[in-house]
Each structure stands twice: as C-alpha cells, then as structure tokens.
Design a protein around this ligand. Structure first.
Ligand code: SAM
Length: 253
C-alpha cells in the first residue's frame, strides 16, 4: 500500500520534468499522425496507434535525474532482478539507449568485466554530464557516454551485443527511425531488451502514455526492415515487462 502511494506520487511528480518535443512532426510525414485531441502527458504525435510520451527532462536543479536515482527505485522496480534477467557476460558490448544519469549503465558495468563496455547513449547533455560524474565517483571506467540525436544513436553498425532501453522507447520522438538505427548497430544474434511499464496492469502507478502493452511493443519492433525476432517476454518485475528480441542473421546470398 505504502509503495503504491509513493509510486502514485512519483507518477505525478514526474510531470514537471517533461521536455517539449524538439522537432514537431510535419503534417506530410505519413508514418506519424498528429492529433489535436490527446493525452496532456503525450506530444500529440501517434505511431501505430499509440501516442508518444513527453521526454523526461533533466529538470531544474536536476530533479529529473534525482528521480531516476531515487533510493526507493530498487524496491519499486527491482533493478537488481532486471540486471540478472539480462544474461550479461564478460566482454559484452552493451548499449544503454536513453541512459539518463546512468543508473542502469552503472549496474551493468561490472557484470561485463573483464573486457566489456557500456555505451551510454542520451540526447540530453546534462544527463550525460551527470552520468560522467556518477561513474567517476564510483571509479567505473567501462561506461562511455555517447551523445545521440532524436533519430540516431551514433553507434557503429554490427558493434553491439545487447541494446537495453529502460523506460525510454515510449518517449522516443522518432521510434521508427531510432529502431532502424538501433537494429543496424546490433551484431547478428545480438539482442534488444525493451523494459516498459505494463499497460495491461491498471495497478502499475504510472501515467498511461508512459506505459506500453507487450502486444504494442511486438507490433512496433516486428516490422521486417528491422530484422528482429521476438524471443521471450520476462515478467518477473513488479511494474515492467522485459520484452526481448534477437537480430536475425543476414540471409545467405
Ligand atoms: C525516463 S528516462 C530513463 C533513464 C534511464 N534509462 C533509467 O532508467 O534510469 C528516459 C531517457 O531517455 C532519453 N531519450 C529520449 N529520447 C532519446 C533518444 N532519441 N535517444 C537517446 N536518448 C533519448 C531522455 O533524454 C532520458 O534521459
């Protein structure tokens, strides 16, 4: 009960950190639909039937980042269990897309040693600066901050073993373009994990546009041009599902 109230409070508190969309969808862009009537927590831009959420901003004084780093997050979201579910191995190259201030990157960094590294991608420079400070304080040397754009990750083709997006995909302003870019960065057989608040569950105390159903994630990630194949959905976390896809090997010519 207490957790639920804290969660509700958090869901309400997250609102002031919403960022304005940088590049409003153009009316001629047929992949996306602009609607006047929409959820106030969304940007009024729809993709495959779903409204895209506002990006969570760094916030004045860094409150957005503080929210991501809140001590109660482990209890609410069981981050340790999330990391265990990812099957991380030494030497892996992991891309944490929408890394924010680095909470998830930090938890993964040690698990892929020796030899592995985390490429922590974000579009907000303040988040990346904070991530750099956080990893420095913790003496973690295998997390590399990477500045992306709304449509690109800046990752090299076929260079990544695992891509993870924790509470990120639903707020990508250009989900199609990003997923195309992300899928190119995966090695054949590489994996992508979508960690999203479960929209199927009304008890998950998060605003609707910040939640996604498993079915919607599958619908969006299964477009043939991405070359991704759903492998499993892990349901061990209290609020989120982990929806996993694998990059298909290139067909023989
Ligand atoms: C809700 S935060 C989650 C941060 C982190 N994954 C965590 O769980 O602590 C979402 C992050 O996604 C980032 N983001 C949004 N659009 C992005 C894009 N196109 N490329 C990279 N990062 C993006 C935002 O800047 C923000 O830091």
């Amino acid at each position: 009960m207490f957790t639920r109230h804290v969660g509700l409070l958090i869901a309400l508190l997250s609102m002031p950190f919403a960022l304005r969309a940088d590049e409003p969808a153009k009316p001629g862009d047929s992949r996306y639909e602009i609607r006047k009537d929409h959820d106030p927590n969304g940007i009024g831009k729809f993709y495959l039937g779903r409204e895209i959420a506002h990006v969570m901003g760094f916030g004045p004084g860094g409150q957005g980042a503080e929210w991501l780093e809140r001590a109660v997050r482990e209890k609410e979201e069981k981050l340790t269990l999330l990391i265990k579910s990812l099957d991380l191995k030494p030497g892996m190259v992991v891309a944490d897309i929408g890394a924010g201030s680095g909470v998830i990157s930090v938890l993964m960094a040690e698990k892929i040693l020796p030899g592995g590294k985390v490429l922590a991608v974000d579009v907000q420079q303040e988040m990346l600066d904070r991530l750099r400070e956080n990893t420095k304080k913790l003496k973690i040397t295998n997390v590399e901050p990477v500045k992306g754009t709304q449509k690109t990750t800046a990752l090299k083709p076929e260079s990544v073993d695992l891509v993870i997006m924790v509470d990120v995909y639903h707020e990508l302003e250009f989900p199609y373009e990003m997923l195309l870019d992300i899928s190119k960065s995966l090695k054949p057989g590489g994996r992508i994990a979508f960690v999203e608040y479960r929209k199927e569950d009304p008890d998950v105390p998060i605003k609707l546009v910040h939640k996604m159903t498993e079915e919607q994630v599958k619908k969006e990630a299964s477009l043939p041009e991405f070359g991704l194949k759903w492998t499993k959905t892990i349901g061990v976390l209290p609020w989120q599902h982990i929806v996993l896809f694998e990059k298909r090997p290139k067909p023989d010519r």
